[in-house]
Write a protein that binds this ligand. Structure first.
Ligand code: FEO
Length: 408
């Protein structure tokens, strides 16, 4: 666990978590940080905490003591969000401190009771409510429902102009040294661009309309520092992560980078021949290509890669009168996360009858994804020259129309 003073009388304790499935399902190849914040006035508040796994709350207490804060002296827990990656430690904390007050939204209060029992001292806060800790430190509370759960809020500290944004403005990716934007190398910036997209697409994409509202709310504050619950802190240029989140919100609704992702699967290599051909055409035209062979790629990577792409090629054969199931499952997941408005092109092989294209249309319709497809190509068995010509024509149209989708 890392201890860093981030502003006058405000510390961050941050730990890397690796080798987990985030939310029990997302394979996060590069880990994630859990950031907890301690604000000291005459009274002491801790804003969000850590996960409750064996030994982790005790590590938090040890680190608090090393910055001269006795965990028994903590007066307030500010629970921005009850998801256990931030709140799991509270059950353990109750064993060493029985005199603290939890401040949270009404929706979080219900979860506090259902997670930890009825005996907590809880003060429900609403938009703009404040808590004066003394010595100049005043916290105010700002609900941002569904960013990421209905209970979520952000907390603002007016003395140092710090916004504790919880899941909002967060990112995956472990951190070893450079916690602040002004410490980052160009490689770090690129790393957090990718990890931010992965986080947003995996965790936030479903809630893009609410994220947009939270961006608007952020603009009401005078901000020196954005301190999220996951990922780096922004003090040199807090506007960067606000702009990034605006851009990621557009990716949710069909915009993307000047890249084409081929989301594909093949049973015996017939569809693969057309995939390899498509890749060559795209490379020749100078377009960055991402290939996602399903089911070999993780859901997390699939989601992030399709999400950020200005164009998508869905390439899958017919399997038992429907679409090759791993590609169908990926599309369903994209639908569940409300990745809408993508410009796309599809092709694939069939043996006796088609069916993949029909199921593709059903998935897009059922999930109200509003993807905009150029004319699809289905071919019997191995693609012949005339089939590949149609694939090439489809790709050329995709590239032409992508110009309206690119936002980088
Ligand atoms: Fe970082 Fe929604 O929890």
């Amino acid at each position: 666990m890392k201890k860093i003073q981030i502003a006058d009388n405000i510390h961050m304790l941050s730990m890397n978590v690796e080798d987990i499935l985030f939310e029990g399902m997302w394979d996060i190849a590069n880990g994630v940080t859990l950031n907890s914040y301690i604000v000291k006035g005459d009274k002491t508040a801790i804003i969000d905490g850590v996960i409750g796994w064996d030994g982790i709350p005790e590590t938090l207490y040890k680190n608090l003591e090393e910055i001269n804060i006795d965990p028994k002296d903590i007066d307030y827990l500010i629970v921005n969000h009850m998801e256990p990656d931030h709140s799991g430690w509270i059950e353990n904390f109750k064993k060493i401190n029985n005199d603290f007050t939890i401040l949270c939204t009404d929706k979080a209060a219900n979860l506090v009771k259902s997670f930890f029992g009825d005996d907590e001292k809880i003060k429900v806060v609403k938009e703009g409510d404040t808590l004066d800790l003394g010595a100049g430190k005043v916290l105010s509370f700002h609900p941002v429902p569904n960013v990421h759960w209905p209970d979520t809020m952000m907390t603002y500290e007016s003395d140092t102009k710090t916004l504790f944004s919880c899941d909002m403005y967060g990112s995956f990716g472990k951190i070893d040294e450079s916690y602040f934007d002004d410490q980052m190398t160009d490689e770090d910036v690129e790393y957090f661009e990718e990890e931010g997209i992965r986080y947003f697409s995996n965790v936030m994409a479903t809630f893009t309309p609410q994220v947009k509202k939270a961006i608007k709310k952020t603009e009401e504050f005078d901000i020196n520092l954005i301190a999220p619950g996951h990922g780096p802190l922004y003090r040199k240029n807090p506007q960067k992560i606000i702009d990034d989140y605006s851009r990621f919100s557009e990716y949710s609704n069909g915009a993307g980078k000047n890249e084409v992702t081929i989301l594909w699967g093949s049973m015996y290599g017939m569809t693969k021949k057309a995939v390899d051909f498509a890749e060559k055409i795209l490379v020749n035209k100078g377009i960055k290509v991402n290939k996602l062979e399903m089911p070999l790629k993780s859901e997390s990577e699939m989601m992030a890669t399709v999400f950020k792409s200005g164009g998508v090629i869905v390439a899958a054969p017919t399997y038992e009168y429907k679409m090759f199931p791993p590609v169908a499952a990926a599309l369903e997941e994209l639908g569940r996360k409300k990745v809408t408005g993508k410009l796309a092109f599809s092709f694939g092989s069939y043996g006796w009858s088609g069916g993949a294209q029909k199921e593709l249309n059903e998935i897009i319709e059922k999930n109200r994804m509003k993807w905009d497809f150029v004319e699809p190509v289905e071919f019997e068995g191995s693609p012949r020259e005339e089939d590949l010509k149609k694939v090439e024509e489809g790709i050329c149209e995709l590239i032409e129309r992508m110009k309206d989708k690119v936002v980088e």
